[in-house]
Design a protein around this ligand. Structure first.
Ligand code: FES
Ligand code: FES
Length: 161
């Protein structure tokens, strides 16, 4: 067993775990962050996407040990003061979520895009979600959601929340 300490969604955690435990299983099974979805478990689908020290990672192919002393954000950490993130609002408003299993991963990817490119092109959007697979929506609604999220975010910056 190894000991790690990390911050998840602003909260400090200390844990004793097997060195081979994935970050996905650690977040879900030991800490209860069920917004981290289990799907392919081979780094292909993006359902398990989280931020580790500000970067997108597929948590199924990342060791929990690699997060020691780091900061993790899951989809549960995006809302602020009880208010959903613009990307979360936009996914609801556009109906971009059907079964919803892929949705947390798409939302995490989209937020990173909007942090870096507040007014993205469709090609920018397609590029950032290229690591996320959805079996339900056909992607059109997801692209619309990210465009709407960009508009909401820009409006909030101009007019306030
Ligand atoms: S479950 Fe991690 S990439 Fe598919
Ligand atoms: S909404 Fe079902 S897999 Fe994407």
């Amino acid at each position: 067993m190894i000991e790690i300490a990390l911050n998840v969604n602003g909260k400090e955690h200390h844990a004793s775990l097997q060195p081979y435990l994935s970050l996905m299983d650690f977040l879900r099974d030991m800490l209860g962050y069920k917004g981290v979805k289990v799907c392919c478990s081979t780094g292909e689908c993006g359902a398990c996407t989280v931020y580790m020290n500000g970067k997108l990672v597929n948590s199924c192919v990342t060791l929990a040990a690699a997060a020691d002393s780091g900061e993790i954000t899951t989809v549960e950490g995006l809302a602020s003061n009880g208010k959903l993130h613009p990307v979360q609002i936009a996914f609801i408003e556009t109906g971009a979520s059907q079964c919803g299993y892929c949705t947390p991963g798409f939302i995490m990817s989209a937020k990173v895009l909007l942090d870096e490119h507040p007014n993205p092109t469709v090609d920018d959007i397609k590029d950032v979600i290229s690591g996320n697979i959805c079996r339900c929506t056909g992607y059109t609604k997801i692209i619309e959601a990210i465009q709407l999220a960009a508009s909401i975010q820009l409006a909030e910056q101009v007019y306030g929340d």
